[in-house]
Design a protein around this ligand. Sequence first.
Ligand code: FAD
Length: 455
Amino acid sequence: MTQAHEVDVVVLGLGPGGESLAAELAGSGLDVVGVDRRLVGGECPYYGCIPTKMMVRASEIAARGRAGSGATAAEARRSWADVARRISEEATTGWDDRAAVDRLEASGARFARGHGRLVGPRTVEVEGTTYRARRGVVLNTGTEPTAPPIDGLDATPYWTNRDAVRAEELPESLVVLGGGAIGAELAQVFARFGVRVTVVENAPRILAVEEPEAGDLVGDVFAREGIEVVTDADTKRVSHDGRHFTLEVNGSRLHADRLLVSTGRRANLADVGLDSVGLDPSARFLEVDEHMRAQDGLWAIGDITGKGAFTHVSMYQAAVAAADIRGAADRAADYRAVPRVTFTDPEVGAVGMTERQAREAGLRVRVGRTDLAASTRGWIHGAEGFVKLVEDADRGVLVGATSAGPAGGEVLSMLVTAVHAEVPTERLRTMMYAYPTFHRAVESALTDLGRPVED
Ligand SMILES: Cc1cc2nc3c(=O)[nH]c(=O)nc-3n(C[C@H](O)[C@H](O)[C@H](O)COP(=O)(O)OP(=O)(O)OC[C@H]3O[C@@H](n4cnc5c(N)ncnc54)[C@H](O)[C@@H]3O)c2cc1C
């Protein structure tokens, strides 16, 4: 017999946004139940942002160490054991969420472990227990890694990001299928630890959603670091003979000890009972309004909304939804200035539209660019990178920008402010930029932006 409980809010799926929203609402006195079938906190702390950035940091140190010491690839691979230990012990506590559950419960929320699904308006069932939510349900069910429909692939023991962050030993060779942000970050990490890496990318360049200059820059660095990149790739077949993978790509065969698939993710919407509330369970993303409402009594936040698969989007949306649920002052979500950072070396920070997106949106576009090497700090550091600005020339404001180079994601912050607050580019030209910093390149890019618009 199912048990039924009356509560104020059910948060179904506790990714970063769901976890913070549940705690915030419980802290404000609401009766909240948070539900997760796996780990409280979701992908980011256990399999995404945190362990991968720990790997990136370790690989930067390893690359510097190797350059000076002449260590062999085999020695570099062996040194991975320290990174694996740090990820397990410090980042993820052995992939155990006890601390997160304790934190959630300390906020006053209740926690239910198990697969939850909607069984009607404002009603969720978790492993035989029914929760009826007076205010409503928040969905934050996130994504799972997916693999493309390549002949033979499903039958092989390929890695996803979840296996890659748990690797205790490194293979001698690795093919990374998919050269987006996740694939590029992990490719460089493993290569810097002595793994022979090949990246296979369908598009003409890696980091295909970013400015083409970014993909070209990182592609050049990869080539120098010995990472082979196959672009315009048509992968026909994948097989595994018990020890090695073979990929048939563009008429040639690639062999590797391991295969990492990083070609995309699927929103967890098929099995959350959307049909019970009249919504389409086969939808790619869940449509929400600017208050994160999917319908009366149902909110959605995080990757499933399709507004940017980033922890900061999930947390931002959580705050918007929480305000709406509490009936607090009107706070509407605004996605003009979504920042994104690819933590390769050089690091690629970007915000808003690329030049191409701005032109496709019908804007009269002016672009300003500068090379980091032309700046004093860039020259001192021997840095590679650039700043590119995309201006809506009619309004005289930036609608997008990219800062690639050392700490590109940090330089980005002032560009996010400019896009978010629509600071006129004329105004940006009148401020001071500390000397000699990487962000001074923004001033040079603004000077370049002064050129007339090409029609
Ligand atoms: C390798 C990698 C690196 C990344 N690096 C970064 C980065 O550097 N910066 C950044 O901003 N983002 C990064 N991301 C993206 C980031 O991890 C996600 O955007 C973030 O986790 C937000 O996701 P979410 O809130 O939608 O939910 P998720 O984190 O996906 O969590 C969803 C939760 O819902 C649970 N769930 C799903 N269905 C059910 C159900 N039916 N019942 C109960 N529970 C359910 C799941 O178990 C999970 O815990 C990275 C992702 C990956 C894979």
